[in-house]
Design a protein around this ligand. Sequence first.
Ligand code: FAD
Length: 517
Amino acid sequence: METTEKKTIKGGEFLIKETAYQDVFIPEEFDEEQQMIAQSTLPILYYGNEEQKAKYIPKLGSGEWKAAYCLTEPNSGSDANSGKTKAVLSADGKHYIINGQKMWITNGGFADIFIVFAKIDDDKNLTAFIVEKDFGGITMNPEEHKMGIKGSSTRQVFFNDCEVPVENMLSDRENGFKIAVNILNIGRIKLSAAAIGASKATLSTAINYSNERSQFGRSISKYGAIRFKIAEMASKLYAVDAANYRAGQNIDDTYDQLVAGGMESGKARLKSVEQFAVECAILKVWGSEALDYTVDEGVQIYGGMGFSADAPMDRAYRDARINRIFEGTNEINRLLTVDMMLKRAMKGELDLMGPATAVAAELMSIPDFGEEDTTLFAAEKKVLANLKKATLMVAGAAVQKLMMTLSKEQEILMNIADMAGYVYVLESALLRTEKLVSLRGEEASAGQLDLLRIYMVEAVDSVAKAGKEALWAFADGDEQRMMLVGLRRFTKVEPFNVKDARQRVAQQLIEANKYIF
Ligand SMILES: Cc1cc2nc3c(=O)[nH]c(=O)nc-3n(C[C@H](O)[C@H](O)[C@H](O)COP(=O)(O)OP(=O)(O)OC[C@H]3O[C@@H](n4cnc5c(N)ncnc54)[C@H](O)[C@@H]3O)c2cc1C
């Protein structure tokens, strides 16, 4: 039994889907086009003055006007602040004359307004402008031929002596890069939620096919190799889903606190997202990679039909791939995760060295063989606490050992980002499952408990691998030996029959013929 009803919650429209298993809030499907309209509206909403907001927001909100976000240029992609597009004040001081070229602009073909990032004269940093298509001086190349998301318009946009009234500068001169970065933080958590929505739909389609397709006289959903894939996809997306909801709630709670403390709503919205920028970067990476895993295994479950352009997995596979590239590539987001953590540590907002030193001291002591706590979640909490120690040990030692050169050691930074990401996502899955058990009891949450434990095994193995590679790279001698012993201690997990857990999860999904967690 499933009913769907539209409701307005906190000013946003949601489809409330009631299933036999749970009530879930599904944000109304955000496709690429809508996501970019939001991305181009937010700079005005959060940084615009009252006149700008009054002029543009109602039209963008109603959908009468569509917008595009013009940051990337042919030679300025990941290095977004290096754009060459120029803005020069006209002789009468009434306009900025914009010249330059923007690339990969979503909605380019039909946008009514463009948020354009350009440098005024020889400024070091970008300035943002609201540019109406009717200002003139805007031309574009034909639509790009893309691997996927073919329903979305993507064009190169050229600005040739485009005259923009001075009052259309957004915020202050040279504040454009900050605007771009803050809007991207919001884009990252949204991308993750969209990727997990797509993963759920893809997994449901694959489960349905596995039930319908028979080989060797049995439905392929009866085979362990296929059931393994179904359970693996489910555990990844269950865990990232939990992290999305967690970060979303944390951002909302912080916003409410800031507003209660007297902060203006727009500022509070930005500040609250900024405080969770590390989480948004992790979510972008984990959401897009869970989706890519799901579409890849979806193709595999479809076999030859997975490779057919007439069957659904072809499009899912091609459409998914862009998510690891835009909103900051996954490499850039991994680097940012560690960079932001280290900056917070330097500012005293995050205590990295204290716990790292405590972990080092613990390694010198005899392990605690006290009574084993057998209560529900005690083992998972211990594993999580140990993974945090492993991450702090490696990150702390890398900071101490490499100091100023750490920012150039990208492979080590990637290792640390992987460790931190797994810790965050696993902790989110644990918190979600604990809450579910407290609401419905252990028996009704058996599937979620299995998903948590399957994901925990992946997290432990991945943290162990990343930590080992990092320690091999920057430590040596006795120090390396001691930390490797520590890493083994902190990534120890009691034997758990993960095969049976996957079988149980797959059975539930196959019976329901779709994703249900
Ligand atoms: C379909 C589509 C829609 C898009 N929509 C928009 C839009 O609406 N508006 C907009 O402004 N942009 C848009 N983009 C651009 C997108 O944000 C960029 O493609 C993305 O940021 C990467 O930039 P790049 O393509 O120049 O790759 P590059 O920056 O050249 O990166 C190439 C590779 O090098 C890696 N790399 C780069 N720098 C480093 C580094 N310092 N360390 C380690 N690795 C590094 C990258 O991770 C990547 O793997 C869109 C792109 C596509 C494909």
